[in-house]
Design a protein around this ligand. Sequence first.
Ligand code: CP
Length: 332
Amino acid sequence: MKWMVRMQYSSWNTENRMGALSTKHFIKLEGAPKEDIQHLIDTGLMFREVLNRPIKKVPSLIGKNVVNLFFENSTRTRMSFELAEKRLSADVTNFSASSSSLNKGESFKDTIQNIHAMKMDCVVMRHPVPGSCHQLTKYVDAIVINAGDGKHEHPTQAMLDMMSLYEKFGYLKGLKVAIIGDISHSRVALSNIHGLITMGAEVTLCGPPHLIPIGIKELGVSVSHNVDEVVEWADALNILRIQRERMGVGLIPSVREYRDFFGITQERLDRHKKEIVIMHPGPMNRGVEIDSSVADGDQAIILDQVLNGVAVRMSILYSLLGPEEEGKDEKK
Ligand code: CP
């Protein structure tokens, strides 16, 4: 299987940095400058403080209209975007494909053009088709934020993962991060790879050979098929879900065999007797890629990731839509 989902379009305008970020839209971390990633982490940490206050709301996006378009299921991303928008005082509209006129045969383009006519400032979209968020930028003037486009990227998830690592360790450069599991079907993996490599982290991918794309080492990562070696090496494990819905049939012989070879079990961690940070983007298959005792244990920062998801999405929305961004239409 070849690594197919590298998009050829431009999003980041590194030559012409304007305002908080060098991009109008937030579609991918491929090509994102280090300064922009660090800015989003630093601003996210500032918003994390706001989330600890008794009144968790700031007036930064008063008068801005944001629509959340979800064409695929989501718990964390959808809720945290909505919370982030409300914490910033934006006006929020939610669109769910399953209860829309798409079910009466309306096209994606017509749906989007109707939303465009309602004068939205920002569209947050999750869609099963890789490249759909980029396509959306052709149909609307609004700022577009990718909440996951098929197997391509999930850049806001990678931002919250990097913010969580930065919060825990205080640095990303030289940090040893292992991404374990089904890399081939994972937009979380691709966004994390781009972001972490840009920030100077060392990244090792670990999983069954047929779930790691040929050619992936070109992105600057190492590959291992031995999870015990990877646990011994890493400072942090980002454990991915086995995505049975994207796989078709037969890509893992059995759930039990996968757990034996690649599952992060308590027994496996105990064998290594070392400090290691456990991450998972969710949703988890407990007892498959991660044991409950690991997911709920002291080394796990999985629920910190969830809270940081709200903070970093506030950071992204504020950096793209906030007051200092007014009149910065020159960005690509
Ligand atoms: N991590 C993540 O994207 O979770 P959801 O699918 O629940 O949004």
